[in-house]
Design a protein around this ligand. Structure first.
Ligand code: FES
Ligand SMILES: [Fe+2]
Length: 458
């Protein structure tokens, strides 16, 4: 159904039960962050296709946005000991992120100051960075140490040979870097996140798995496929019996922080026939590889309240922590926070996934998507080692990663669209795409921020 565009309701919402209505019926009061709502009207203008397809615009993004924003480089646990380092690659740029002292993390431009070889190419542990080309060597703190030919470089001071440094900040066990020394502080950018995640103790979690794959679509097209839930009806119809999709809540909390929430163990209002509470529970648990009918939802209880308690019990018996205080919403819902430009952290307890999207080198038409799962450190320790990254080849599916029970096949459905999104965009006849005013509010905010960076307003 199409309407004349002359006048329309910018505050229009799905007419049925809202996410907040669902919370009203839960067994425990949801925390204040899930009760918060922030739904500004951000405009309805079309978005230029060039935002996804122009190599010239991509190159400007690198200079004006990627070089000037806070980006999650790794988890602190990945560089736990002095001398541990990783490389952080974004577009065609690279940093070495190193724990230079017990309580200090630094990031250096990953380029030898002699003739420009990349200083390091693999993560590891070192007590100095020695360039493999001619042996120029730096201390962990970026100060110059030595090289084999001091007689020939008498024109250079130690200051000339100090490694250029990027900014580093930490929050929730994540290490963030910013190639630029100017611009807002990390905590300014994170805005409400620390408060909203206070319950979840992200710093007390470890990487249970980390899977990555190259996707043949622009990094914005890929990330935006995870910023709305209304593609469920056509892309993931099998999850409709247990995911409230069209009555998801969308929020834009600040320039940088947006969120969507879809209630779990509640059926989609789009289903012509609403499933029974038992079916909802069976379908929800089925995604976790539990056979249908193994548990019975007691008469008079909703699947949501029942399954939330099951999740609490299962998690507690797994790691010994106490989950009783957490609301049904925190146990079941898809709560996706995004931090501009390329990080998404799931709120909630059972589903602590993290997504990171990066361009694939300098190619405007492909991206790298990574999925992390964070799990609580067992109550009685020891802290498990963070899982190493598992790269999927071009031919492999997310479901081929053994860790990705259930989730993998859902992501593969998303992947079924993305190369064709990119192909379609490149073939566009009118060179524009259109966003819904509410359900695609987060995507619009993403483009608003891109424009502001490209126009040097930030
Ligand atoms: S390029 Fe690094 S030592 Fe020569
Ligand atoms: Fe999806």
């Amino acid at each position: 159904m199409s309407k004349p565009a002359a006048s329309f309701d910018t505050g229009a919402r799905f007419a049925g039960q809202s996410y907040q209505d669902i919370l009203d019926q839960d067994s425990r009061e949801a925390p204040a962050n899930l009760r918060a709502q922030s739904e500004p009207y951000l405009g309805s203008d079309p978005i230029p296709v060039a935002n996804y397809t122009s190599q010239e615009q991509f190159d400007r993004e690198v200079e004006k946005m990627w070089m000037r924003t806070w980006q999650m480089a790794c988890r602190e646990e990945e560089i736990a000991n002095v001398g541990d380092y990783i490389t952080y690659e974004i577009a065609d740029r690279s940093l070495v992120v190193v724990r230079s002292e017990e309580d200090q993390i630094q990031a250096f431009f990953n380029t030898c100051l002699h003739r420009g070889r990349k200083l390091v190419t693999q993560p590891g542990r070192k007590n100095q960075f020695r360039c493999p080309f001619h042996g120029f060597t730096w201390n962990l703190d970026g100060s110059f140490k030595e090289h084999p030919f001091p007689w020939d470089f008498q024109h250079l001071t130690d200051q000339d040979l100090q490694l250029p440094e990027a900014r580093v900040g930490t929050w929730g066990g994540f290490v963030f870097v910013n190639f630029s020394q100017t611009g807002p502080d990390l905590m300014e950018v994170l805005g409400p996140l620390p408060e909203h995640f206070a319950n979840l103790q992200l710093e007390n979690k470890y990487i249970a798995f980390h899977v990555a794959k190259v996707v043949k679509a622009n990094w914005k097209a890929v990330s935006e496929a995870f910023m709305e839930s209304h593609h469920t009806i056509d892309t993931h119809p099998q999850i409709m019996p247990y995911l409230a999709d069209v009555n998801s809540q969308y929020d834009v909390f600040s320039d940088y922080i947006t969120r969507q929430i879809s209630a779990g163990a509640v059926a989609s209002p789009h289903l012509a026939e609403q499933p029974s509470e038992q079916t909802i529970a069976d379908e929800f648990l089925g995604q976790m590889d539990m056979p249908a009918g193994q548990v019975q939802v007691p008469e008079g209880m909703t699947a949501r309240v029942f399954v939330a308690q099951m999740m609490r019990d299962m998690l507690a018996s797994g790691d010994g922590n106490d989950y009783d205080k957490f609301s049904d919403a925190e146990m079941l819902d898809a709560i996706l926070y995004n931090c501009f430009p390329n990080l998404s952290v799931w709120g909630g307890i059972a589903n602590n996934l993290v997504y990171r999207w990066r361009p694939n080198g300098a190619d405007v038409h492909s991206a790298i998507m990574e999925v992390y799962s964070l799990a609580f450190v067992p109550k009685n320790g020891p802290r498990p080692k963070p899982a190493a990254i598992h790269w999927l080849s071009e031919d492999e599916n997310w479901a081929d990663a053994p860790q990705m029970v259930g989730l993998g096949s859902v992501l593969d459905q998303d992947m079924g669209n993305l190369p064709y999104v990119q192909e379609g965009l490149r073939a566009s006849g009118n060179q524009m795409v259109q966003f819904g005013n509410y359900q695609e509010m987060r995507l619009r905010q993403h483009h608003i921020m891109m424009d502001r960076y490209l126009n040097e307003e930030i």
